[in-house]
Write a protein that binds this ligand. Structure first.
Ligand code: SF4
Length: 457
């Protein structure tokens, strides 16, 4: 009963967040940067920030995360961090030889007003950036936004590298948003099944879900190369998955290089995957192969076979807006009732979208962008649910309220598998439903009286 003091009475709070449903911007920027081949993320701030960002990613992805820091001390805090960053760029290229350094700011460097473009210009002028190497940067002050906006800002910095192609290269750019490495692999598999050439960035597949080979590689031979990112300017179209994570980057490529973009929901669940496959098919001018139709059919089959266990079950959801929007739609489509929904990332559009998706649902919905897990717990106390879906921090609420719990989203600190098994696409939909059914039926087996305890469900 770790959260036993959570009161049922809800009071309006304006200046206090309790158990936030988000973490700091640079964590997202660092994750995005790891999706570039040969990239060393760099945290422009104090060592403590960098250690926190690295350890959070390591705990989720169960892989060592390399990143550098400007190592601010009192001097940099007073006089600015330019000297530290110039020295860092010099040291990093000399000692670790990355292809790219992806710099993100922190609360401190933003507060003192460090100007990344100006520092990069000076580094170039002072010949601290070797020929053919790249330095990109994103503003990620953590007193605004969340890890999601940090991710989006770094992806936008990548998109700024896009070079207008004189001729189209025939590829479709896919900006996948903050999904797991296995999800990125799955998106590539679906495109390959349709014989469509894609250019995806960032791409953490093979970087954060790589094999143990016995040999250490500081920069795995995976991720989007700088050449590929630049070539996105010659694509025939861009598909951005998620308004929060990917849309701005796609719009930048559109404006800069005249590559038309489609902003879609992340393809979690049946309908969102249908839309993704349809846009992919339309932009490429191809048709959907039987293999994909069969995968879809399997998902529809599972939904119809097990519908009685989904029907009318109330769900509490917490996570990042792009994921939660698609998950809400998926749950509603199988007649579940997502009744309490929070995301830590601000944005009024989120609430409007959730209300639109749940409009036909036969239940009241509590939704709050920039909500916290304390509020979610209070809602659950006032109106109990049958299931909670969210990141590891939900385990405290699940334990206190004795709720079935599916871990999904970021971060997952106490389980394995999320980085290896996709939840996007039709196959991913099967996995989501398998997880939901697993906990619901375990609960039924636990609670059913002996006279209705069944072997076959
Ligand atoms: S000081 Fe800011 S950037 Fe650094 S860890 Fe804390 S919230 Fe994140």
């Amino acid at each position: 009963m770790l959260l036993r003091h959570t009161p049922t009475e809800i009071q309006e709070r304006k200046a206090l967040m309790i158990n936030p449903a988000k973490t700091c911007q640079p964590i997202g920027a660092m994750y995005a940067a790891l999706g570039i081949q040969g990239c060393l993320p760099h945290s422009h701030g104090s060592q403590g920030c960098c250690a926190y960002h690295r350890s959070t990613l390591t705990r989720h992805y169960k892989e060592p995360i390399s990143a550098a820091t400007s190592s601010f001390t009192e001097g940099a805090s007073v006089f600015g961090g330019q000297a530290n960053l110039l020295q860092s760029i010099d040291n990093i290229f000399t000692v670790y030889e990355p292809e790219v350094i992806a710099v993100h700011t922190t609360c401190l460097s933003e507060t003192i007003g460090d100007d990344l473009p100006q520092i990069f210009h000076k580094a170039q002028k002072d010949k601290k950036i070797p020929e053919g190497k790249t330095v990109i940067g994103a503003p990620t002050p953590s007193y605004v936004g969340s890890h999601v906006t940090g991710f989006a800002n770094m992806v936008k910095a990548m998109a700024a590298l896009a070079e207008p192609g004189t001729t189209k290269n025939g590829k479709i750019n896919i900006i996948p948003g903050w999904v797991e490495p296995a999800d990125m692999e799955e998106l590539k598999r679906l495109a390959a099944l349709m014989a469509i050439e894609i250019n995806m960035f960032p791409d953490t597949s093979g970087v954060l879900d790589g094999p143990l080979t016995g040999k250490y590689a500081m920069f795995p031979k995976a991720g989007a190369t700088i050449k590929q990112i630049k070539a996105s300017g010659g694509g025939i179209g861009t598909i951005a998955l998620g308004e929060w994570c990917s849309a701005e980057a796609a719009r930048l490529i559109d404006t800069k290089c005249k590559v038309p973009c489609s902003v879609l929901d992340m393809p979690f669940g049946l309908k969102a995957t249908d839309r993704f496959i349809d846009v992919l098919r339309t932009v490429a001018g191809t048709s959907v192969p039987d293999e994909i139709a069969i995968e879809r059919g399997k998902l529809v089959d599972l939904i119809s076979d097990m519908h009685q266990y989904f029907y009318g079950k109330k769900v509490a959801l917490v996570g990042d807006p792009d994921q939660i929007i698609a998950m809400t739609e998926f749950l509603v489509s199988i007649d579940m009732l997502p009744v309490h929904i929070v995301t830590g990332t601000p944005g009024k559009k989120f609430e409007a979208r959730i209300k639109e998706i749940t409009a036909e649902m036969n239940a009241e919905v509590n939704v709050k962008a920039a909500g916290d897990m304390f509020l979610l717990h209070q809602w659950i106390k006032n109106e109990p649910v049958d299931l909670i879906i969210g990141n590891t921090y939900c385990k405290y609420i699940a334990r206190d309220e004795d709720l079935p719990f599916v871990r999904w989203g970021f971060p997952i600190l106490d389980r394995q598998g999320h980085q290896h098994f996709p939840t996007v696409g039709y196959r991913g939909g099967l996995r989501i439903l398998e997880k939901i059914l697993g906990v619901l039926l375990d609960r039924k087996d636990r609670d059913d009286p002996e006279e209705i305890f069944e072997l076959v469900l």
